[in-house]
Design a protein around this ligand. Sequence first.
Ligand code: ADP
Ligand code: ZN
Ligand code: ZN
Length: 744
Amino acid sequence: MSMIARVTLEIALRKEFDYLVPEEFQDRVEIGSRVKVPFGPRKVMGVVTGLPAQSEHAKLKPILGVIGKGSFVTPKVLELARWMAGYYCCPVETALKSVLPVSVRKEKEGWKKQLYVRSIEPVGSPSKLTKRQEELNAVLREWKELPLQEFLKMTQSTQATVKKLESAGVALISREVIERDPYAHEHIVPTEPLELNQEQKTSMDAVLKAMNHEGAAKQSNVFLLHGVTGSGKTEVYLQAIQHALEQGKGAIVLVPEISLTPQTVERFKARFSSGKHQTLVAVLHSHLSEGERHDEWHKIKEGRARIVIGARSAVFAPIDPLGLIIVDEEHEHSYKQEEAPRYHARDVAVVRAQREKAVVILGSATPSMETYYNTQKGKYRLLEMPTRADNKTMPWVRVIDMRSEASKEKGIPILSQQLREAIQQRIEKREQTMLFLNRRGYASSMQCPTCGYVAGCPNCSISMTYHRRDQRLRCHICGHDQRAPKCCPVETCRSYEIRYAGIGTEKVEDTLKVLFPKAGIQRMDSDTLKKKEDYKKILTAFRLGKIDVLIGTQMIAKGLHFPNVTLVGIIYADLSLHMPDFRAGERTFQLLTQVAGRAGRGEVEGDVFVQSFTPFHAAIQYARRHDYLGFYEQEMEFRKDTEYPPTSRMAMITLKGKNEEKLKMSGTHLKSVIEGIREEIKDLALAGPSPAPLERAENFFRYQIMLKTKRMSQLSRRLADIHQSTKLPEGVQTIIDIDPVSMH
Ligand code: ADP
Ligand code: ZN
Ligand code: ZN
């Protein structure tokens, strides 16, 4: 029998190709199999996306090999990838790449193999064993099976001795796959389900009903669980997962990469992995080694792990059947992938769940405008948990007007008098403080007041950040790095009166070390985290009370739970407010609320100090009062007036190129082509082309065309066509971003 495989190659050709499947591979090829095929003179990898009965092409080449056994991409996930390619305007090949982790896409199977020894029943009468061999055999019988090295160590014997057991017919040595378990050395104390409080019960009931497919058929299966920090959302997740398992289904838990801490993972492992070798929970994130990720993925694929916790791409985990997807901190922008395919994991989760009749819980203390809007429209269902489960009060938030803190002689202080005193008190009481500033480095720019020079990046249109520790200037966009000059580099100036403006975490650290010389002060940002273990090391030291004040970027804002932290200070709340982005207010509100949530998670009430130069801004004031709805309503007014999402959907086309004139012309041309679809999409609004907020990055000029419509699926389909058929000059790149979260 001849068999034909339709294959999507791992090179973006937007096309599928048919190949012949030789007899020897036929039992291993199915839809979703990974194969190696000839393509011109090359050999390329691909995924089987169909098994057509016949092909319209006459002479088919045979596939060269099959990787592993069976399907890597289930038909359901394959369909999801196809949808993603359509909606996010990218080739199916690109979408498929995101679906499989790199470690699994390897040409060779990535299993690690190791020698095992196992006890077997001798066939017939066993040959006589020596006393020593009898001893070893007894140990082996007890263990039944274990890695050879372990056995040798345990019994203080040699491989030669074990070989003798093998020839005596009582043992078998074999090379077997061992699974790397990244959490093998963690000791996790199991937990039992908590009795739910009334708010949790109400939420849980609604979720369970949906999971059991009870209730009205038209009701949405997507829930927004809007619960304040500490309201016990995690317990609801855990019990919903429990229910999925009881239904014989699996669950996916998405958390933002940054909050995928050992602490978070532990809470899930503690509930679902009793016993040392049970591996119900698999973890997928970028801190795992490639081998570990490979093994975790296969654990899921084979159905041994039924619960997956991971960042963005875990939304594609091969869980089947799927009962539940949880998206924790659904408002987080890291769910959006900033390279093709530019998908939003939360939105993909909703689409996937709909296709697989699963339930989605989107959880957040500060839901995105989009998600909350969807509950108002009846697309999602709203569950509210406005009080803390542990009966702790919400922290008291004070906004400090930094304008009155500035004095003529000394300029603007980094710490206000009030915050300084509050830190002092904590140090005396041996309580802990977290200080937050979302900018690393020492100063955000180096300037010469004499001639007005500002040290800008040679490749990007921004100033370079001064890092004092190593006396360097760095661009936080492209990574350009150079020595910080001692005097002004302008030849006619050469002034030594260099000034550093705008503060970063390094400067906060230095200031604190001067103010509190005896206190333990630690900074945590991507500059201090050089090694994989650093993150854990710092947090452990903090937990053990060896650090009094922890200073950090957004890295410390998320998900961490330290009972002894009674003070949180936000050094400069305005930083995110002044971004050239219509979501600046929303982002500031979310950030402040989240950072404030780090305080008072223990026995003592928490205080939060917010330093700001615009203390009466709505985002700051609503955050101070813990008033989400108030913020949402006033923010919606602005979005309605300006027709920004969620009142409409947005697509952003960015044109990149080295020649600015060519770029402008291309932008104008592209826009005129897009104008043509107005007939079809009546509400289409177009703006641009205009220079992007970040006009130049990595030596490329950047122009943007902004599109708004309520009919995005339709628009994205048309954009893909236009993108394909419109010829732009050499050296001009276009990037289509559907539902962008970043405007720069
Ligand atoms: P969230 O995920 O909403 O921030 P958590 O799940 O971390 O909240 O819960 C905050 C604290 O409240 C945790 O210490 C948790 O153990 C506790 N908690 C949650 N639900 C209950 C409950 N039903 N009874 C008692 N304690 C609870
Ligand atoms: Zn100068
Ligand atoms: Zn740069």
